[in-house]
Design a protein around this ligand. Structure first.
Ligand code: SAM
Length: 327
């Protein structure tokens, strides 16, 4: 069992398959970093992902999320999904949805039942502005395809003031006829993403805006949930808020991360990383490294944030970009 000094048990691993993405969302894929920042040289191979994941499973991991970059742009993504499906874990994936139609059978055969799809706007032109690509119709079609095939679908929606905060009620309206969960994510700071506190649209602001149009009730949250769930009575779906900035949820955190170059992060905001892939390639035992990394986990937000995001100087945070960590 992987326990840290705050008695948090870690049983959920997020593996980044690649730091490449077919979309260009600037809040994730940095605008300010030099070319060549994303090196593919040290990417974990299929065998290495399999071995490292297997070690984590032996240590008590029971849920694995594949992410990226965009996990489905990796050429051997199907093979990786097939390989990981042999482990006794809940296997899930976060994707921008563009290639989902090519993976439906792979997901089904691997026992993937839940897919998180990122979509920040319900307006075609705005989607092109945010993502730098014209994939809006394809993503909507693939969300329908997933629902038709009985997948549990969660929509990840990053809300940024001045960009899309006006769409919060529209997304809640979407849950009326669709059995989806829309998850509004507060905008977080990462390397090169031009974060500022003025762009954060907080949980309180979201709930206030939603309440102008809908009555809603609080749903029960599970211990490890990053989301606070709500439902408009009569709606088929639900909505939720990931209040990473205004109300961090670190006390119930059970998550660990593995970047595509095989570095382990014990928190999305951790300053330090442990080189699991390097150790594996040298033939060293990676178990003590994994255990030590969990043991070193800080209590809140990688120890890098103060008490409120309103005083945060994002230039002082030492971290990778989101696309390079694996969200
Ligand atoms: N490409 C996949 C996708 O689009 O879902 C997986 C990787 S992406 C990094 C995972 C999630 O992180 C997405 O839902 C994305 O919206 C979210 N994300 C990226 N940058 C973020 C930021 N600065 N603040 C909040 N969420 C962010």
């Amino acid at each position: 069992m992987l326990t840290d000094t705050f008695n948090r048990i870690h049983d959920y691993l997020r593996i980044s398959l690649t730091d490449k993405c077919n979309l260009r969302c600037t809040y994730c894929n940095p605008v300010d970093l030099p070319k060549g920042y994303f090196s593919q040289a040290n990417k974990m191979s299929v065998d290495e992902i399999d071995t490292i994941a297997g070690t984590f499973v032996q240590l008590g991991i029971n849920k694995i999320r594949l992410t990226g970059g965009e996990p489905l742009v990796r050429k051997d993504a199907k093979e990786i999904i097939r390989r990981l499906s042999k482990y006794p874990v809940e296997l899930v994936i976060t994707t921008n949805g563009v290639f989902v139609h090519e993976f439906l059978e792979t997901f089904q055969n691997a026992g993937i039942r839940s897919v998180n799809v990122s979509l920040d706007t319900l307006k075609r032109e705005r989607n092109a502005l945010i993502t730098g690509r014209n994939e809006f119709d394809r993503v909507l079609q693939n969300i329908s395809l997933l629902l038709k095939n009985n997948f549990q679908v969660k929509i990840n929606t990053v809300i940024m003031k001045g960009t899309n905060e006006d769409e919060v009620p529209g997304f809640v309206e979407w849950t009326k006829d669709q059995p989806i969960q829309v998850r509004f994510i507060e905008f977080m700071p990462f390397d090169g993403n031009r974060w500022s506190k003025e762009k954060v649209f907080s949980q309180d602001e979201m709930l206030q805006l939603i309440s102008q149009r809908f009555d809603f009730i609080k749903q029960k949250d599970e211990r490890h949930d990053t989301t606070k769930k709500y439902k408009v009575p009569g709606h088929k779906g639900t909505f939720a808020i990931i209040s990473a900035m205004s109300r961090p949820f670190c006390s119930g955190c059970n998550r660990l991360r593995l970047t595509t170059d095989g570095k382990m992060k014990n928190c999305l905001f951790s300053k330090t990383e442990v080189d699991i892939l390097g150790a594996l390639r040298k033939g060293s035992d990676i178990v003590p490294l994994i255990q030590q990394c969990v043991w070193d986990k800080k209590e809140i937000q990688g120890g890098q944030f103060g008490t409120t995001y309103k005083n945060l100087d994002s230039s002082k945070i030492s971290n990778r970009s989101m696309i390079n960590i694996g969200g």
